[in-house]
Design a protein around this ligand. Structure first.
Ligand code: ZN
Length: 592
């Protein structure tokens, strides 16, 4: 057993999440965490909503609300969506907690003391008519990289590049259209070049990473520049230095505070559990493993920037130094990135309505139907396309006709003919062979999940489902009305195989797994679920909803013998067959 940190990318709190968001990191990180817990590891799965930065402020301005009101709204929406999918976070929190602010400031102060944060004079914009600082979001102009004519002072929303306001071609104030004046101002920069050698050494020591991620990261390290970590902005974590702490026009840049969320959420979880030092087991034990889950657009933050922050905090760059009050922190074991999901051949786009939000999806379909689609056809290692026709096919032909039907007809037949799990007579070679084949799945499916090959893992589990279906057809227990002992034996073998397969499918289909466990006469928790709990900020502040749960209960990753004689009732279907008319309906929604 070991300690395993599942650090899941933080959804940005400027709107509800669509299924593209959750297919990249949400569901895969949950499948991994559930499996690792079942296999006996001590997992800490953390994340939260990312709530600072210019886009939140801009949207709040547009809606005439405060940034705080905006993030309060979307934090709640996102918590409910992730809950609906059954994502088993130990803690899903947010970046506007006092705890998070304190952890970010501790990281900043230590990096500063160790010499890895340096002050630099840069050009900042002021309004010529008022003489006041013009925050980055109020400056617009043409992107120097892609030519988009409404790029913002901190970022181009068209090409996604980070910008400085003075790089904009033809800059103008969004408030009154005047041309801003650029004057010298001071900002803080993370001195990445001073951490490049240490980063390179660390990257060279990584094993098992996807080769493209490693190559991409090494290329980035070849060409590192100091990176601004403060901005002219009011919404964010204050800079914790003398003369800066109380300024309301300079804040820590959102990307710097968001990656620190993995650590602050672990600390918050420990404080809430009453063992305030418990987080150290995942962050300071060299035997512990840390897995980070994200979409490919975020690789740089997890494979280069966050490790650089940790190295600087530990005092392990070219300027040396000493760890801060937390002590030395471990760097990521592995960065698990996914590719993109598109929708009916197009990029997801809320503004163009090429989108389906998680809550709308869950209002019409079951969470496990989506979880199945993501596992079997998601963007694990290639960009993939979600189409309603393919969703329907996967659901009806594989989930319902393959797995659901096997469960349903076997339990029905056993309930009808025996009313309980039948006691088997002597097992034939074919019976023994089937059970051995299925039991071997614990090894093969488990190994694939632990290597982040979930598509292959569920493919293997479904192959075993097909084996059991084949066994059932070939043994034809329905023809054995005159030979009750043999019929009971075949049904026992089939139910036993179903029980094993249900355990193997639990990380992927936890809601269905719980129901099948109960249909087999089982009681208690088989697949633990998260709950939404309303909590007080630990250090004074607003109350907010968190996702958390007790995941120490439930099935283990091992074959368990079914107790013969346990009562069985006639089952109701576990999965819903979908009518082909949903395709037209959903496509009409997409384009309306
Ligand atoms: Zn651009």
């Amino acid at each position: 057993m070991s300690h395993v940190l599942a650090a899941v990318a933080w959804p940005y709190a400027n709107g509800p999440r669509h299924i593209g968001h959750v297919s990249g990191f949400g569901v895969p990180s949950d499948v991994f965490s559930r499996y690792m817990r079942m296999a006996g590891h001590d997992v800490l799965m953390v994340s939260g909503t990312d709530e600072h930065g210019t886009p939140i402020q801009v949207q709040a301005d547009a809606e005439g609300v405060t940034p705080r009101e905006l993030v309060d709204r979307y934090n709640r929406v996102i918590v409910e969506d992730l809950h609906g999918l059954g994502l088993s976070y130990d803690l899903f929190t947010r970046t506007t907690t006092r705890n998070h602010y304190a952890v970010v400031q501790e990281m900043f102060e230590t990096l500063y003391r160790n010499g890895y944060i340096v002050a630099k004079t840069t050009l900042g914009a002021i309004s010529p008519s008022t003489g006041r600082t013009l925050p980055d979001r109020y400056i617009e102009g043409t992107c120097p990289i892609c030519g988009y004519d409404s790029a913002r002072g901190d970022q181009c929303d068209n090409c996604g590049n980070q910008l400085d306001p003075e790089q904009l071609v033809d800059p103008r104030s969004k408030i009154n259209g005047e041309t801003p004046e650029f004057v010298e101002t001071e900002h803080f920069f993370l001195d990445l070049p001073a951490l490049a050698d240490a980063l390179n050494k660390w990257l060279d020591s990584r094993e098992g990473w996807r080769p493209n991620v490693l190559r991409f990261s090494k290329n980035l390290v070849e060409d590192l520049h100091p990176r601004a970590i403060t901005r002219d902005l009011e919404w964010g974590v204050p800079v914790p230095l003398e003369g800066w702490r109380d300024r309301n026009d300079k804040r820590i840049y959102v990307w710097f505070d968001a990656v620190i969320g993995y650590l602050s959420a672990s600390i918050e979880w420990a404080r809430r559990s009453g063992k305030p030092d418990a987080w150290r087991q995942w962050w300071q034990d060299p035997e512990a493993r840390q897995y980070y889950f994200m979409g490919k657009d975020n690789i740089v933050f997890h494979s280069v920037i966050w490790p650089a922050i940790l190295l600087g905090y530990n005092g392990e760059g070219s300027r040396d130094g000493k760890p801060g009050t937390f002590g030395r922190l471990e760097l990521p074991t592995e960065v698990v990135s996914s590719e993109y999901l598109t929708m009916e051949g197009r990029k997801f786009s809320s503004s163009r309505r090429v989108v389906i939000y998680v809550r709308d999806f869950l209002a019409r379909y079951d969470a496990d139907a989506l979880r199945y689609f993501i596992a079997v056809a998601g963007p694990e290692s290639n960009d993939t396309d979600f189409t309603w026709a393919e969703f329907l096919r996967r659901n009806n032909d594989e989930l319902v006709a393959g797995w659901g039907n096997l469960v349903n007809r076997s339990i029905s037949m056993a309930a009808k003919n025996f009313g309980e799990i039948p006691t088997p007579g002597p097992l034939t070679e074919a019976d023994e062979a089937l059970l051995a084949t299925v039991r071997a799945g614990f090894e093969s499916v488990g190994a694939l999940v632990s290597k982040h090959r979930q598509k292959a893992a569920i493919g293997e589990a479904m192959r075993l489902v097909a084996e059991v279906n084949k066994y059932m057809s070939e043994s034809a227990p329905w023809k054995l009305k005159e030979d009750k002992e043999r019929m009971g034996t075949i049904l026992y073998v089939t139910l036993q195989a179903i029980s094993h397969l249900n355990t193997m499918l639990t990380p992927f289909l936890p809601h269905a797994a719980q129901r099948i466990h109960e249909l087999l006469g089982g009681t208690g928790v088989h697949a633990p679920m998260p709950s939404i709990v309303e909590v007080e900020d630990l250090d004074d502040g607003n109350t907010y909803p968190i996702l958390t749960g007790d995941y120490t209960v439930g099935a283990r990753w091992e074959p368990v013998e079914l107790p013969t004689g346990r009562p069985l009732a006639a089952p109701t279907p576990v999965f819903r067959k979908l009518d082909p008319s949903i395709i037209e309906e959903e496509l009409a929604r997409l384009t309306s």
